[in-house]
Design a protein around this ligand. Structure first.
Ligand SMILES: [Zn+2]
Length: 277
């Protein structure tokens, strides 16, 4: 569920709180949540090390340690990372507890245990294909109108499906894909390669705008998302189509429709997003 804006909100907060602090101990309550290396190997790579930075790539959070190792968190549907200054976990689904040198606690909680946790030595991001093969992300220098035009021109897949392909663009998930297509006035089922250069430019601008607005609003909260303080975002109040099936389009008053595209629930306005060129 957390997409790039939500993970960025978590990153900013954790970077403030954790940088310079040392991991004194680690309690692993659910070993299988650690995908690489073994739980023992993970402990050896983390304990005693200080946090240098908390970084992000797409939807991955990367905690860089002072020995160059990276603790990687992919929250997927129900994962969350919450900083507890008092050192007490309030999460009944806590899976990993990082005890820091100032008595605070970093809690990795995950209701359905779908998230994935890794520790990587320097230069070993290749172990994680989702990370090493990720395409450029919105708001980055590598993500340009020309890049997007090139990416769509080679693919017959529906444009909605292309936006969710992390190897093409990193960080966009279901919410921001639907919102970007609405803002650009493009039907989610349009074949990617059918987009004109003008539509591609509109889509490029729309993607950057919805991602920036999501960050500005502190992220979107449905169900499980929490920021690093355990609080919710409020971008859900400003969504144009996502999760608004049957509600009226904020532009034209037409009821928002929901269809399935590539197995994903997809919301759009049948009036503002015309299918045929
Ligand atoms: Zn409309």
């Amino acid at each position: 569920m957390p997409e790039m804006p939500e993970v960025e909100i978590i990153r900013r907060y954790l970077d403030q709180q954790l940088t310079g602090h040392r991991i004194m101990n680690l309690e692993i309550l659910l070993p299988r949540q650690i995908k690489w290396p073994t739980p023992e190997g993970y402990r050896a790579m983390a304990i005693g090390r200080a946090v240098e930075h908390v970084k992000r790539r797409g939807k991955y959070l990367l905690m860089e340690l002072d020995n160059g190792n990276e603790l990687v968190f992919h929250l997927r549907m129900t994962g969350r990372l919450v900083y507890e200054p008092e050192g007490q976990s309030h999460d009944s689904y806590a899976r990993l507890l990082f005890q820091l040198d100032d008595g605070s606690l970093l809690v990795y909680g995950d209701t359905r245990t779908l998230g994935a946790v890794y520790a990587l030595p320097p230069g070993e991001r290749w172990r994680l294909h989702g990370l090493s093969e990720m395409g450029p992300e919105p708001l980055s220098a590598d993500f340009t109108p020309d890049y997007l035009l090139e990416a769509v021109s080679k693919r017959r897949t529906p444009i909605k499906t292309l936006l969710l392909n992390q190897n093409v663009i990193g960080g966009i998930g279901n919410i921001y894909a639907d919102e970007s297509l609405f803002l650009a006035g493009i039907h989610p089922l349009r074949s990617a390669m059918s987009l004109s250069a003008t539509e591609c430019q509109r889509l490029f601008t729309a993607i950057n705008r919805v991602i920036a607005a999501g960050i500005e609003d502190g992220g979107t909260t449905f169900r499980d998302y929490q920021n690093g303080e355990g609080k919710q975002g409020h971008h859900q109040d400003h969504l144009m189509v996502y999760n608004r099936k049957g509600e009226l389009c904020r532009n034209c008053g037409t009821p928002i429709e929901k269809i399935t595209v590539g197995g994903r629930g997809t919301h759009f306005c049948p009036h503002c997003q015309e299918a045929v060129q």
